[in-house]
Design a protein around this ligand. Structure first.
Ligand SMILES: [Zn+2]
Length: 270
């Protein structure tokens, strides 16, 4: 236990220093290498081993998930770096969708998380394209409000925790709808932390944004009307959950948030 506690302190200090001294692109690169490099991952898998928790993304049994952010204590997988929302989406994709089954599907991954990009690229069922405003490590550099792909290019879109950073989120939703094929589906996740959405474009001070929107880069805090925004862009919206979230002990073991939902958007032909 003492070893784990001291490792958590070192880990938190390292994260803080990286944020302070490295530009965002290098922070992402560092995180990608740190979490994905096979020897490091094997070392973490051995030293974190335990029976209390299981991460379905890296398939590791671990003693504990590490703290992450302001409020999450049972959050970060010490082996692969995923947090609650990643594990939920991963389980959902595996159990409730045909994403990893043939025939091959064209997948667009917006602002690709390193946790998933390697796994998506390895799948024989996916023709994978990633896109980000800053370019590498994404494959295509583009703004989510002007993607540049022809209409109806993708069978599936995965876009998680992106829209809360985008001033014109309605335009981004319309663009995601445009590039999705008819009968295609998209998982479009945002943090829902308010009753109704609050945004104010005049708030640009990072500290004020953090205070009001929860993060220095967020431009709004979403409420339950988020789903109406997606519908306005043309999507049919379903709010999904997994059976594992309803069982307190299972949710705790997998490090899932019981109330979290998956927002599944479909582009219907009629
Ligand atoms: Zn993991």
């Amino acid at each position: 236990m003492a070893l784990l506690t001291s490792r958590n302190i070192v880990f938190a200090a390292l994260r803080k220093s990286l944020k302070a001294f490295l530009p965002p692109f290098y922070q992402e690169e560092f995180k990608r290498i740190y979490w994905n490099a096979a020897p490091l991952r094997l070392y973490r898998k051995i030293t974190s081993f335990g029976k209390a928790h299981y991460c379905p993304v890296c398939q590791s049994h671990v003693r504990e998930f590490l703290p992450f952010g302001l409020n999450s204590r049972n959050a970060l997988c010490p082996v692969c770096g995923t947090v609650e929302r990643h594990r939920l989406v991963w389980l959902f994709l595996q159990r409730k969708t045909n994403l990893f089954a043939l025939p091959k599907k064209k997948l667009l991954h917006v602002a690709p998380e390193f946790h998933f990009s390697t796994l998506f690229q390895k799948s024989k069922a996916l023709n994978y394209v990633s896109v980000d405003l800053i370019g590498a490590p994404a494959m295509v550099k583009a703004d989510v409000t002007a993607l540049g792909f022809p209409a109806e290019t993708f069978d599936v879109i995965y876009c998680s925790h992106v829209l809360e950073h985008i001033p014109n989120d309605q335009k981004a939703m319309q663009e995601l709808w445009r590039v999705l094929k008819k009968d295609g589906w998209a998982i479009i996740q945002v943090p829902i932390e308010s009753k109704t959405t609050f945004e104010d474009p005049s708030i640009v001070d990072p500290k004020e944004r953090e205070r009001l929107f929860g993060h220095v880069d967020h431009v709004r805090i979403y409420g339950a009307d988020y789903y109406e925004r997606l519908q306005k862009a043309g999507f049919k919206v379903a709010r999904e959950q997994l059976a594992e979230q309803k069982d307190r002990l299972v949710a705790q073991k997998l490090g899932l948030i019981p109330e979290e939902e998956i927002t599944v958007c479909t582009k219907q032909t009629s």
